[in-house]
Design a protein around this ligand. Structure first.
Ligand SMILES: Nc1ncnc2c1ncn2[C@@H]1O[C@H](COP(=O)(O)OP(=O)(O)OP(=O)(O)O)[C@@H](O)[C@H]1O
Ligand SMILES: [Mg+2]
Length: 441
């Protein structure tokens, strides 16, 4: 029952840039430094994904940038191709949006907790796979071609559901009314029987009215007493001897007859049988889908990758990023670089881009000085973020960049500044001091 849990795989640390907790926090990669505000982070700035699988994968790409040149270039090539193909990119994103969390649905199916609506949601999600597949052959980049080669539109799974479950099923599989007509002969027969029973009841009502001459006689049903014939007090004298009293009300009496009891028995057993049969058929289809677990999970992964790549292309377009040149040398050269997060917050004059040159020669170390609120901390982090983005395969906020691959980023930041709130390091210290002086005076 744990087929949805994937095998462990080996992660080589030397294939991933090492980012410690302090650095993740200082660079505001996943979470803002200030916990009070919902300020933007690198993740929110880059996240243009459309599926839950994509969102999860993007988080992984952000906290585990790559260190292998070829692996980085593979991602870059795919992003580049998606940047320059606006039409296909838009249509891909459109279809991705309609795909629900396949990993979650799959687990629910394997764990046998998926309800009829989960199955319909899975089927509607899978319908998009075929449309998405149409856009893949035109791409040249190796990563997109790999996705294309691995693409499995899961048409069989999709039609198992479509052929079995009605389009808008109830939430519960216990109440019946979920299985299509023509799926199971016994179920169809039971349904005819139920319909027939309703007709027989109506017929019986007319017959008893004629026989007794009581026009107000009615055959009714309630949950407690089941089926009964109701006769008003005024007409009691005309009740025939084969009516058996069931219940007495203020204005009426309720009866049953041998024929009614017989019919009732048949109807309720048909109803029970229908419900249990539908439950059983539903369990069977769910089990059948569970047999496709590996394929569904495989597609969840393909979709996640496609989603992240398309999302990075979208982010690059929206934010005017450019493709950096990543290399194995020791030079970092950035022209007109920007801080990816702060550039959106700086409204008044707009963000001022800055250049950077670092190498293994005379530019090994940069000492940055300047007035408070001049932008030192911003510049520092901007360089780190551009390198990080480049190594995760993303385009970067710079006119051009040559990035020598790094294996670690360290940061140490003194007093907590809050760049997105416009609070520099010194500003935070001054505000804190000012508050003490104001209050103590
Ligand atoms: N290149 C830039 N263009 C426009 N605005 C910027 C730029 N860099 C920083 N800023 C804005 O200026 C403010 C101060 O920047 P920052 O905190 O980096 O200054 P700082 O030099 O570190 O100051 P302190 O000495 O107090 O630490 C930030 O809130 C940011 O919004
Ligand atoms: Mg500072």
């Amino acid at each position: 029952a744990h087929a949805h849990i994937r095998r462990p795989w080996i992660r080589l640390l030397e294939h991933e840039m090492q980012l410690d907790q302090t650095t993740l926090r200082n660079l505001e990669i996943l979470k803002p430094v200030s916990e009070q505000r919902q300020s933007p982070t690198l993740l929110t700035t880059l996240d243009q994904t459309k599926t839950p699988m994509g969102t999860r994968l993007l988080r992984q790409w952000i906290v585990r940038p790559l260190t292998q040149l070829t692996a980085i270039q593979l991602r870059q090539e795919a992003v580049k191709e998606l940047v320059s193909n606006l039409g296909p990119r838009m249509r891909i994103r459109e279809h991705l949006k309609a795909v629900q969390d396949l990993e979650r649905l799959n687990s629910r199916i394997v764990l046998e907790v998926a309800n009829p609506r989960d199955l319909i949601n899975l089927q509607r999600s899978l319908e998009n796979l075929l449309f998405l597949q149409e856009h893949l052959p035109s791409f040249q980049s190796a990563m997109l071609q790999t996705i294309h080669a691995a693409w499995d539109p899961l048409l069989d799974v999709s039609s198992w559901i479509a052929d079995t479950i009605i389009p808008n099923p109830p939430l519960s599989a216990k109440e019946g009314g979920i299985i299509r007509e023509g799926v199971n002969a016994e179920l169809d027969e039971l349904r005819i029987l139920a319909k027939e029973g309703t007709r027989l009841l109506a017929e019986m009502e007319t017959r008893e009215r004629n026989r007794t001459g009581i026009d107000s006689l009615k055959v009714k049903f309630n949950q407690v007493f089941g089926y009964y014939i109701e006769v008003t007090k005024a007409n009691l004298s005309r009740v025939p001897s084969d009516f058996h009293r069931k219940q007495t009300l203020v204005n009426a009496e309720r009866f049953t007859t041998g024929e009614l009891q017989d019919l009732e028995g048949r109807l309720s057993s048909a109803d029970q049988k229908m419900k249990s049969l539908e439950g059983q058929l539903f369990g069977e289809i769910r089990l059948r889908i569970a047999s496709a677990t590996t394929r569904i999970q495989g597609m969840a992964q393909q979709l996640a990758t496609l989603d992240v790549l398309t999302g990075l292309a979208e982010a690059a377009t929206i934010n005017r990023y450019h493709q950096p040149t990543v290399h194995e040398g020791g030079t970092i050269q950035i022209t007109e670089g920007r801080h990816p997060v702060i550039e959106h917050i700086q409204h008044s004059e707009g963000f001022i881009p800055n250049d950077t040159v670092l190498d293994l020669d005379t530019n090994r170390l940069l000492l940055i000085t300047g007035p408070n609120m001049a932008g030192k901390s911003t510049y520092l982090r901007q360089v780190a973020l551009i390198v990080l983005m480049a190594q995760m395969g993303s385009f970067v906020p710079a006119d051009s960049a040559r990035i020598g691959i790094v294996d670690r980023i360290f940061t140490r930041v003194g007093a907590a500044d809050d760049l997105s709130a416009g609070q520099s390091t010194f500003m935070v210290e001054m505000s804190e001091t000012a508050r003490i002086l104001d209050t103590a005076a």
